[in-house]
Ligand binder design. Structure first.
Ligand SMILES: NC(=O)c1ccc[n+]([C@@H]2O[C@H](COP(=O)([O-])OP(=O)(O)OC[C@H]3O[C@@H](n4cnc5c(N)ncnc54)[C@H](OP(=O)(O)O)[C@@H]3O)[C@@H](O)[C@H]2O)c1
Length: 285
């Protein structure tokens, strides 16, 4: 079974590789394939499933609901509220609608999709705590938050903690490592890497970076995609949620954990895919 680790300080073990679902549900003729891919992923232990009310205007959540029907207890289920809906009432209402589309009575993790919406953060966090108290969600998280925004979000909570920050993180976009990663490590917040394959622009077609990846993959008996996933989840507190509709991709992604990159491979990666200078703004999709 796939490698798991504690998700922040929740006490819950979560697979280090999960499944994203952006664009899932966009084309009704692809639905059977999407459901199948998600179920194959569940069979392989990729039980951290990420969706959002925004994706396909709720259609991604509906497809996820079909994929997890009868298997809800296996899943660490995550969805997100849109900042434009994130008033107190709006958050509670959005959560109810997501639960209905997902065909469940509870979420494992509910995220504010990005910061800076028109509703005060304190209202959203208050609604999240009310949803925890009501048993509708287990944990609270955020997405696309900078270090300062994470601090404010945590201060808005009175009884709960921020369990995670879901951020853009792939080999060619390591901005999260300038300061957010160290803060999350200290505070016991999980960091979930979204778009780990740069939305399909991975592996690089040619050039020095491709050569580096090919050499490391060969030395470890893995593929370049597996090297990328292992790099992004190389230490405690890190998780990745690739999206894959092709079953062969799902299987490959499940092999992105449970082994270690050698110290020399890590050093080569750091050189070929450097962290940007401090002060670089956090990238978003
Ligand atoms: N919080 C946020 O603001 C935010 C933003 C963006 C994304 N996300 C979440 O993160 C998830 C993942 O990000 P993403 O969908 O943007 O892109 P991604 O996971 O970086 O890339 C998806 C693309 O990579 C391909 N792929 C999957 N496995 C592969 C493999 N082993 N080798 C080569 N290519 C592979 C997929 O192909 P096939 O589908 O054809 O298999 C698809 O074209 C999203 O689905 C969503 O759940 C969150």
């Amino acid at each position: 079974m796939i490698e798991t680790r504690e998700f922040g300080r929740t006490g819950v073990q979560v697979p280090v590789i999960g499944q994203g679902t952006w664009n899932v549900g966009d084309d009704p003729s692809s639905e059977a394939r999407e459901v199948k891919a998600l179920r194959v992923g569940l069979d392989l232990g990729l039980t951290h499933i990420d969706t959002a009310e925004m994706y396909g205007d709720g259609r991604s959540e509906q497809v996820v609901g079909r994929a997890i029907a009868g298997r809800r207890d296996e899943v660490f289920l995550v969805t997100k509220v849109l900042p434009s809906n994130a008033s107190h009432q709006g958050t509670v209402r959005a959560c109810e609608q997501s639960l209905r589309r997902l065909g469940t009575d509870r979420l494992d993790l509910y995220l504010l999709h990005w910061p800076g919406g028109q509703h005060p953060l304190a209202e959203t966090m208050g609604a999240f705590e009310a949803l925890v108290a009501a048993g509708k969600i287990r944990f609270i998280g955020v997405s696309n938050f900078t270090l300062d925004e994470l601090r404010v979000a945590q201060q808005c909570l009175s009884t709960e903690r921020i369990a995670c920050n879901q951020v853009l993180y792939h080999m060619a976009s390591r901005g999260v490592e300038t300061e957010v990663l160290a803060f999350c490590r200290r505070e016991g917040m999980a960091v979930v890497a979204y778009s780990p394959f740069a939305q399909g622009a991975f592996p690089p077609r040619d050039g020095r970076r491709r050569e580096v990846l090919e050499t490391i993959a060969e030395a470890h008996g893995k593929t370049m995609s597996q090297v990328a996933l292992r790099f992004l989840t190389r230490e405690d507190g890190l998780f990745a949620i690739p999206k894959a509709v092709r079953v062969e991709h799902v299987r490959e992604n499940a092999g992105g954990a449970g082994w270690a990159l050698s110290p020399s491979a890590l050093a080569t990666i750091h050189q070929a895919f450097p962290v940007p200078p401090p002060g670089t703004p956090l990238d978003t999709a």
